[in-house]
Design a protein around this ligand. Structure first.
Ligand SMILES: Cc1cc2nc3c(=O)[nH]c(=O)nc-3n(C[C@H](O)[C@H](O)[C@H](O)COP(=O)(O)OP(=O)(O)OC[C@H]3O[C@@H](n4cnc5c(N)ncnc54)[C@H](O)[C@@H]3O)c2cc1C
Length: 373
């Protein structure tokens, strides 16, 4: 039996960033089912930090995370965690009202430029003529999830913490004031505190522990990559998004990637792209831009896991001593991970509360258990 002060289940960005933060206060051991970290959602995202998604709470967590990306802590990593990429939200005439509403919501978090049709096309020449209005955040970031995962892992290990991969936890019980858990291969671990950062599987993991699930809903999202038209200056292109949740695209490793922003309900699983959403991505790309998607170079899908109110669930389970939730990061788990890790550190180690604009009760799993479904 290997014991620690805190066991973190899940080696995605949520688990690793929380573990790194906690490792200066306690002996932390991360257990990951797969052979590598970030194999599921954390390795399949669109890797952006911007304010055009979520609501006020998500934007506040994103804003509080930003200093970490701009100035990573000493010794965190030598590789930048992201680089600046403009985010353009564009609209046709009939979408103008929705753009104005979004503008008002984002403006308190980011400094936006308002673009007329000429400037929209100057920033993103691939859009069709009917994209006549835009708001742009020139200070958004294209994140590097690999550098984020590795930086957190290095930080964890430098403080005496540990990661074990290939350890899918299959049995859990509370005995004598500690959680005792066993992996499928029969290794056993124990700690007084168990952090549930199992991503799409977090409800399943809670059930295994006899803890009431919070009602997580994993939703599949698809991305395709394809060649840009000859002569496209990929370096200058923004992350371009329709004001409604229809399409985003951006440059990626010498090509373009695009998503139809699908949200298909799914079981927790190794998500795979389906033909319909792949075709939808290509169709919407051709509907909103002048690009012809002739050959799809690659495709993938990942799960974005939401709570009922689309806010994360962070805090102790009210019904099980020492069982701590860190789940429901939806489509913003990378860009909010520094603030979320600091929230976990505050709740478990008593450090100052890191997000003044967000109340702990708004994140507490308790709220999800008390409200009717
Ligand atoms: C297409 C797409 C685009 C996205 N775009 C963005 C974006 O632009 N910006 C952004 O911030 N976010 C984005 N996201 C969301 C972001 O990727 C997620 O919010 C984030 O990765 C969730 O991290 P996680 O650690 O909770 O989950 P995961 O990375 O899935 O990690 C959970 C881990 O738990 C492990 N696990 C599960 N059960 C067990 C068990 N029983 N025992 C041991 N281990 C277990 C799993 O193997 C997994 O590795 C996007 C997601 C997708 C799919």
């Amino acid at each position: 039996m290997t014991s620690a002060d805190i066991l973190v289940i899940g080696g995605g960005i949520a688990g690793l960033s929380a573990a790194a933060a906690l490792s200066s206060h306690a002996r932390v051991l991360v257990l990951e089912a797969e052979q590598q970290t970030g194999y599921h959602s954390s390795g399949r995202s669109a890797t952006m930090l911007h304010y055009a998604l979520g609501d006020r709470l998500v934007r506040a967590l994103t804003l509080a995370s930003r200093p970490f990306f701009d100035n990573p802590p000493e010794g965190f990593t030598d590789v930048p965690l992201g680089h600046r990429m403009p985010v353009l939200v564009h609209a046709r005439d009939d979408e103008r009202e929705a753009l104005d509403r979004l503008d008002a919501e984002i403006s308190t978090f980011a400094s936006l430029e308002h673009l007329d049709a000429a400037r929209v096309h100057d920033l993103c020449p691939l859009l069709k003529e009917d994209a006549r209005h835009g708001i742009a955040d020139f200070d958004a970031l294209h994140l590097d999830p690999h550098a984020m995962l590795q930086g957190n892992l290095r930080r964890l290990m430098s403080r005496g913490g540990e990661l074990r991969t290939g350890q899918r936890i299959a049995a859990i019980e509370r005995r004598g004031g500690a959680w005792e858990i066993a992996s499928e291969k029969g290794d056993r671990f124990s700690a007084a505190i168990l952090v549930n950062a199992a991503g799409s599987w977090a409800d399943e993991f809670a059930r295994l522990a006899g803890v009431q699930p919070v009602g997580l809903e994993p939703k599949r999202r698809t991305i395709i990559t394809f060649d840009a038209p000859a002569g496209t200056d990929l370096e200058r292109l923004p992350f371009a998004k329709t004001v409604g949740d229809e399409l985003y695209f951006a440059p990626e490793s010498g090509r373009l990637f695009a998503s139809p922003m699908d949200e298909v309900p799914s079981e927790p699983m190794d998500a795979q792209p389906e033909e319909y959403e792949i075709a939808l991505a290509a169709f919407r790309m051709e509907e909103r831009t002048t690009v012809q998607v002739r050959h799809i170079h690659s495709r993938w899908a990942g799960l974005r896991t939401f709570t009922r109110d689309r806010h994360p669930a962070v805090g102790f389970a009210p019904d099980a001593e020492g069982f701590f939730w860190l789940a429901g990061q939806g489509g913003f788990g990378l860009q909010t991970s520094p603030a979320m890790a600091a929230v976990v550190e505050s709740l478990l180690a008593g450090t100052p509360w890191p997000v003044p604009d967000v109340d702990a009760a708004a994140l507490s799993p308790d709220r999800l258990l008390r409200q009717p479904a």
